[in-house]
Design a protein around this ligand. Structure first.
Ligand SMILES: Nc1ncnc2c1ncn2[C@@H]1O[C@H](COP(=O)(O)OP(=O)(O)OP(=O)(O)O)[C@@H](O)[C@H]1O
Ligand SMILES: [Mg+2]
Length: 249
């Protein structure tokens, strides 16, 4: 018996106007994501990966089709409700960490809770637990510029987790990290989905990073052109996988 997917994207279109030119960034994308999945989205630059993540985050609206997350229809929400939805139900992780430079690591992690007025003892304890789990308790009073890239991304992951979001969306989370820190972040994300049942959707350009996920979706020119899944999908389908990526490069 399968449960209702936590993410349902149905026939979504998104167009952008660039001067006199109309860019059709997503052309009828449909995607169901089961609760607890860890999936990656790959594809060449400009294929629509970030646009798809932004739609899931409620940062932009579809022109056509629908996006449901955890039984909420994003298409019908006002800007105000979208902002609240994003703050409470979505965890966002970016390539450039996007921490606030004047706040400490701990304050950066607390920020989504502070914006919601949730700074009681229980919330403080949860942040400390999370800092401990991320191996960042000792560094929690440092500002971002005193942290390594890997440490900054761990804090950004903590910030994405503090609200217990329905879905975590990561746009090239390892793009600015060296190979060691990239592995640390990938293992962390894999454990969050595997052990804690988090749903994580990650955009990446790197096959080694995608290999940590259970499913890969390949976008080309705004359409899903291939999907790979199952344990060891990269080895079992290595030729088809390389071919799909080569076509999109
Ligand atoms: N805000 C915007 N205004 C106008 N055009 C946009 C906007 N955002 C994206 N686009 C266009 O939509 C298309 C898809 O862009 P998107 O950012 O989703 O690609 P991407 O797959 O994330 O690429 P990359 O790998 O370079 O990050 C591109 O042609 C891009 O120029
Ligand atoms: Mg992008």
């Amino acid at each position: 018996m399968s449960s209702t997917p936590i993410v349902r994207v149905a026939s979504v279109h998104k167009r952008y106007r660039q001067g006199a030119v109309d860019v059709h960034a997503l052309r009828g994308v449909s995607l169901d994501v089961e609760r607890g999945s860890f999936i990656s989205i790959m594809g060449a630059s400009g294929s629509g990966k970030s646009t798809l993540l932004h739609l899931l985050a409620g940062l932009t609206q579809a022109d056509d089709g629908s996006v449901h997350i955890d039984n909420t229809d994003l298409t019908g929400l006002s800007d105000h409700d979208l902002t609240l939805f994003r703050r409470r139900r979505i965890g966002l992780i970016f390539q450039s960490f996007n921490l606030i430079p004047t706040l400490t690591a701990r304050e950066n992690m607390m920020l989504p809770l502070m914006l919601d007025g949730k700074t009681d003892r229980a919330a403080q304890n949860r942040v400390d637990e999370l800092l401990e789990k991320l191996g960042m308790l000792k560094r929690s009073h440092h500002r971002p510029d005193a942290l390594s890239g890997g440490e900054q991304q761990r804090i950004a992951i903590g910030r994405a987790l503090v609200t217990e979001p329905a879905v975590i969306l990561a746009d090239e989370p390892t793009g600015n990290l060296d190979s060691h820190n990239s592995r640390v972040v990938c293992e962390l994300l894999r454990d969050l989905s595997g052990e804690q049942g988090r749903t994580i959707i990650m955009v990446t350009h790197e096959a080694e990073v995608a290999a940590y996920t259970k499913q890969v979706i390949v976008l080309r020119d705004g359409s899903i052109v291939d999907r790979f899944e199952g344990e060891g999908f990269l080895e079992h389908h290595s030729e088809r996988f390389s071919a799909a990526l080569a076509r999109t490069a």
